[in-house]
Design a protein around this ligand. Sequence first.
Ligand code: ZN
Length: 176
Amino acid sequence: MVPSVFLDKQQLISQELEFDIYYNRISQHNLDDILEMAWSRGIREAKRIKHKNIKQLIREENIIVETDEKTYNLNYIIFSSYESKEKKITIYKKNIQNIFIPSIPDEYVLWRNYEKVIDLFLTHEYFHHLEANYIGVTSEIKKIQIKIGPFIVKRKLRSLSEIAAHAFVKEFYDIW
Ligand SMILES: [Zn+2]
């Protein structure tokens, strides 16, 4: 599977939606508008700060960065995470080395470098930090109609935040 950040906009959005637990239950007529809202938030925030260095931005915000050297679980593949209460980013080194890097497409071969690719994850999680502390969590801005049996209920579509974060990274590093 190609990592979302190396897909084009439409493929990226489809892949992230398919990962969402509510994927088969979405019953929202203007979903495209909402997806566009999520995408454009990521692009907008990146344009504002992409001239800066991500490690510098992280230092300025006093975000802790930890590397997990151990976790390697093929049933639950995680590459990085952000914990807002602790203001902490965790990088899962083994998964990145063994799973992420080998799945980078040939046209983006320059990213097949551990030190370089870490910046992608730091940037992705930095966006979640912006969401948690400054701009609001994308998936909470607009709830989505979901079908549960005969009922239509509103739920957070977690993938909206992911789509925004991937757009942020793509714009930040011009991965087009
Ligand atoms: Zn994320």
